[in-house]
Design a binder for this molecule. Sequence first.
Ligand SMILES: NC(=O)c1ccc[n+]([C@@H]2O[C@H](COP(=O)([O-])OP(=O)(O)OC[C@H]3O[C@@H](n4cnc5c(N)ncnc54)[C@H](OP(=O)(O)O)[C@@H]3O)[C@@H](O)[C@H]2O)c1
Length: 276
Amino acid sequence: MSMTVSDCTTIRDGFPRPFPNTPENVLDQFKMTGKVVVVTGAADGIGYAVAEAMAEANASVALWYNSNDAAIAKAEVLAKAHGIKAVAYKVDVSNSDQVQATIADVLKDFERIDVFIANAGMAISKPILEQTLDEYRKQMSVNVDGIVFCAKYAGEVFKRQNSGNLIITSSMSAHIVNVPTDQPVYNATKAYVTHFGKSLAREWRDFGRVNIVSPGFFDTKMGASPMAVNEAYRMSSAGRQGHTKEIKGLYLYLASDASTYMTGSDVLIDGGYVLP
Ligand SMILES: NC(=O)c1ccc[n+]([C@@H]2O[C@H](COP(=O)([O-])OP(=O)(O)OC[C@H]3O[C@@H](n4cnc5c(N)ncnc54)[C@H](OP(=O)(O)O)[C@@H]3O)[C@@H](O)[C@H]2O)c1
């Protein structure tokens, strides 16, 4: 039953909430000094660009990697270059025990988590009629379970802290069925995490924010495959894939106090791929 007009005129306890105590100067809003940021899938590609963006804005960074231990040296480089604390952690996000234990390790090392960027993902790009059930389960375990486990255990920390900010890397493939490669399972995993993130934005409304980034083709290991790359150039209005440096500003915006009024949003960054 919806509220009556007279119900609506009754002032509800605690509302309106106060405006946040954040700087007026927009460049100051982007500063991440004193904030602790976790980035999954941080050894390379979009994740490393995001970790670099956070370090450049003066955050402390926990770089999570799975198989690519270049993350260890990259954490050292970031720490030295930017005078911040950066530590690499090996964790398979599809393993809930490892996710829970690694969040505890990050808390031991950094004391808090202000921003958790659930970015790790993978694709086995095949039509369902050619895909094995193991390949299906693998994509579900990393792209769906991995995001759910990270959100659940990071969310517990956010609730305890009474603050926190989750950013999920989804995909334009959650919005459209991109061509020419049929990859229904990957596309559906991304649609899941987009709606999961929006739903968490409401669930966590008393203590945290949740937003989603939906990239188009970016020039990484997971970007357009040789078979799809010409179609990627043709479909995007920009006529090319994105460079990872072109996504840093969006994650910094969502991670920082520049976006305190933004929650439950899903931001496409795709060079115009989804327009036609
Ligand atoms: N590039 C694109 O065109 C594009 C477009 C839309 C969305 N995305 C999304 O963007 C995110 C980053 O991808 P990317 O383009 O930067 O490709 P990438 O360089 O291949 O990054 C994927 C990352 O996911 C990590 N990962 C995979 N399985 C994992 C697991 N079980 N546990 C923990 N980490 C795991 C990998 O870690 P290790 O290397 O350490 O194993 C890797 O760092 C993904 O979620 C992807 O779906 C990418």
